[in-house]
Design a protein around this ligand. Structure first.
Ligand code: NAD
Length: 319
């Protein structure tokens, strides 16, 4: 058995590779990653000897071929930061849509047993009340979420047209170790650690449903091992919090003053609330196992203890 994990040097991908190494010790794991600013070899340092790492771009057929024949593909590779998609959408379309297309073409040429497309709850857009189900229409707001929606539509067209065994997961916002310090939670932790203002968009009342990355890994595994080809699975833990609440939790864990919270101009097209129902993946026997407060405290502690990981990024002005 051979797994190909694209984008495996990023935040969720590297956590997932670590999970696979433990869960499937007899399986060969190949990581294909372009190592953009968000992908780092450091993220895989502790499992490096147990995997095959290939530096390569999913948009380039020649790079994908270097991975050789694989049985299962997990496609995490993507441009992922909403703010960057607002200032430069083209790269998002290239990587997230055309890269997925190249990978799907490669999957078609091989006798793969599963192709797992990692998508996001952001494809649904915002919802004032209630929660989105997998059958709801997609209404993405940012170039990032639109490119992810296009990618999963493409993947499912390969299921219908070519019988490619595609499964998609749509997870809510993840948090945990190795998350690049441009995303909300690591930004707030690192600002708080250095007593700098914690930037909060608009009124801070935007709501996200937070999922600990370890629970996303078990959810993706559940979709892969027990899901049905052609199906889509939402993955959320029901931990809805406003951005302001997140800032206050971090400050409280670090015993810092809430005076550090600073409101800044809102993001263009900022979705107000994300909420998904995870009944379908729960029917496969999955449930999150990390209570929110405990997982947040553990995440803050990871950043406190692992300055070797983030300090070079801060010193290079990349956070
Ligand atoms: P990330 O930005 O931390 O990592 C992305 C990885 O993809 C990096 O290692 C990068 O080098 C790699 N990559 C980018 N372009 C590539 C290319 N052309 N070829 C090969 N590799 C390339 O992202 P993340 O937060 O770990 O997200 C992983 C996946 O999960 C993405 O598909 C994202 O849309 C999805 N997702 C993320 C979240 C979240 O909260 N972070 C929530 C839902 C879904």
């Amino acid at each position: 058995m051979r797994f190909l994990v694209t984008g495996g040097a990023g935040f969720i991908g590297s956590n997932f590779v670590r999970y696979l190494v433990e869960k499937y010790p007899d399986t060969e794991i190949v990581v294909l990653d372009k190592l953009t600013y968000a992908g780092r070899q450091e993220n895989l340092a502790d499992v490096r000897k147990k995997i095959t790492f290939i530096k390569g771009d999913i948009c380039r057929e020649g790079d994908i071929k270097k991975a050789g024949a694989c049985d299962v593909i997990f496609n995490f590779a993507a441009e992922t930061h909403v703010d960057r998609s607002i200032t430069g959408p083209d790269l998002f379309v290239k990587t997230d849509v055309l890269g997925t297309c190249a990978l799907l073409n490669y999957a078609r040429e091989h006798d793969i047993s599963r192709y797992i497309q990692i998508s996001t709850d952001e494809v649904y857009g915002s919802i004032r009340s209630g929660s989105f189900h997998e059958t709801d229409i997609l209404d993405p707001s940012s170039p990032y979420s639109a490119s992810k929606a296009a990618a999963e539509h493409l993947a499912h067209s390969y299921f219908r047209t070519y019988d490619l065994p595609v499964i998609t997961t749509r997870s809510s916002n993840n948090f945990g170790p190795y998350q690049y310090p441009e995303k909300l939670i690591p930004v707030l932790i690192l600002k708080a650690l250095s007593d700098q203002p914690l930037p909060i968009y608009g009124t801070g009342l935007n709501v996200r449903d937070w999922l600990y990355v370890g629970d996303n890994c078990t959810g993706i595994d559940a979709a892969y091992s027990r899901g049905i080809p052609g199906e889509i699975y939402n993955l959320g833990a029901g931990n809805e919090r406003t951005n302001l609440e997140i800032a206050k939790i971090i400050l409280s864990v670090l015993h810092k003053s809430e005076d550090l919270i600073t409101f800044i101009q809102d993001r263009a097209g900022h979705d107000f609330r994300y909420s998904i129902s995870s009944e379908k993946i729960r029917s496969l026997g999955w449930s999150p196992s990390h209570p929110f407060d405990e997982a947040m405290a553990r995440t803050v502690e990871w950043y406190v203890k692992n300055s070797w990981w983030w300090k070079p990024l801060v010193l290079a002005g990349r956070s």
